[in-house]
Structures are given as structure tokens and as C-alpha cells.
Ligand binder design. Structure first.
Ligand code: FAD
Length: 183
């Protein structure tokens, strides 16, 4: 029998960077080359937040870079697991299992994509918008509702992204990739 699933790896991922943002949010960058090489938008990783905590916690992939072998996740501290995870420092290792999940699929007959994400649903949308921009001619229009003060797209992506605030009800944010939906 042929399996259609991609492999799921278990890696001892080194913490490269762990950045705190307001409202107990963190951006964690991990060195996990096997997972980074195959992760697709919409997939997530299972992280062991601390050796004393046997159950892994699922976090969506915000960014995966095949060349550098790095995975980014953006998470909010809500309980014991994420609180322990927030203590991890650069140089430490975190056991990572992933990538998990099916990821998004596209209908090529619909070249303009509308991406909607709120709260913890934002990271996969950011990953998807990045991939669409860098690997295809598909256009995306993205609306993100952070629910609370959230790291801005510019904070997450540096100056390479074109972030824009449109006249949408706060705290909605709109980020365009490619051309505007009217084009
Ligand atoms: C597919 C997916 C993607 C997600 N992506 C993000 C993201 O990108 N960013 C973000 O901030 N949050 C994300 N979340 C939510 C995040 O996983 C939870 O906020 C986190 O697990 C809370 O863990 P905690 O220990 O801090 O909180 P707690 O409230 O202490 O734990 C939550 C409850 O779930 C139980 N639990 C935790 N992990 C597991 C597990 N692996 N199996 C069974 N039970 C478990 C705990 O025992 C506890 O009862 C995602 C969740 C899912 C399912």
C-alpha cells in the first residue's frame, strides 16, 4: 500500500532565537532542518515544552526555511506548557515532531486567494502568504485579526514585507502580497 503522507520527523531542535512580544506572545526560531525542508503552510509541529512535561503542545509553523533549516512559531502563553516553553533560551534544545497535518491545497482555477486569520490562526496565514508570494503567481489578500496587541507583520518579517494598514475596523490588519484584489 502506498502512503500519501509525507514523513514526520523527530528532531532535537536547537533554539536559535526566542523573542518576547507584548501580551505574553513569543516568536521561537528553531534549527530543525528535516522539518524545515518539508513543512507546508497549514502544517504544525508538536513541541516538547519541557522535559518534565510528557505531552507535546501543537504550534503552527509560521515560517520554514529549507536553506537555513529553520522553523519559526508564534505562540501565546496560556497555560503550563507554553509558560515552560517561554523559558527556553538560545542554545537549548527542544524536541520537535513534525511537520504534522495536511497543509493547504489550492484550486488553480481561482488565482486570487483571500486569507483570513485570527488569534492563533494567524501564523499559518502568514506562512501561506509568504509561500504564495515567493513560489507562485497566485495573489493573496490577507486579513488578520490579532484579538490582542500582536507582533506586527513588519516585526515578524523585517523590512522585506510590505505591511499596510487599511481602513478596516481595529484590530484587523490587512497585508497585501502581490497586487491588490482590484487588479
Ligand atoms: C493544530 C494546532 C495549531 C496551533 N497553533 C498555535 C499557534 O501557532 N500559536 C499558539 O499560540 N497556539 C496554537 N495552538 C494552541 C496551542 O496548542 C495551545 O495554546 C497550547 O497547547 C496550550 O498549552 P498549555 O500547556 O500552555 O495550556 P494548558 O491550558 O495548560 O493546556 C491545554 C490543555 O490541553 C491539554 N493538552 C496540551 N497539549 C496536549 C496534547 N498534545 N495532547 C492532548 N492534550 C494536550 C493540556 O493537558 C491541557 O489540558 C494550536 C493548537 C492546535 C491544535
Amino acid at each position: 500500500m502506498t502512503s500519501h503522507r509525507n514523513p514526520i520527523f523527530v528532531e532535537d531542535a536547537e533554539v536559535i532565537e526566542h523573542q518576547a512580544f507584548p501580551a505574553a506572545q513569543y516568536m521561537l526560531r528553531l534549527q530543525a532542518p528535516q522539518c524545515a525542508a518539508t513543512a507546508r503552510p497549514g502544517q504544525f509541529v508538536h513541541l516538547q515544552c519541557d522535559p518534565q512535561l510528557p505531552l507535546r503542545r501543537p504550534l503552527s509553523v509560521l515560517r520554514a526555511e529549507r536553506d537555513s533549516g529553520r522553523i519559526d512559531v508564534l505562540y501565546k502563553v496560556v497555560g503550563k506548557g507554553t509558560a515552560l516553553l517561554s523559558q527556553r533560551r538560545p542554545g537549548e534544545t527542544v524536541s520537535l515532531l513534525g511537520p504534522v497535518g495536511n497543509g493547504f491545497t489550492f484550486d488553480p482555477g481561482r488565482p486570487l486567494k483571500l486569507l483570513l486569520g485570527g488569534g492563533v490562526g494567524m501564523p499559518p496565514m502568514i506562512f501561506l502568504a509568504d509561500r504564495l508570494r515567493s513560489t507562485s503567481d497566485l495573489k493573496a489578500f490577507v486579513i488578520l485579526d490579532p484579538r490582542c496587541h500582536s507582533p506586527s507583520i513588519r516585526d515578524l518579517h523585517g523590512s522585506t514585507s510590505r505591511a499596510c494598514r487599511r481602513r478596516l475596523p481595529p484590530p484587523c490588519r490587512c497585508w497585501r502580497t502581490g497586487v491588490s484584489p482590484r487588479a
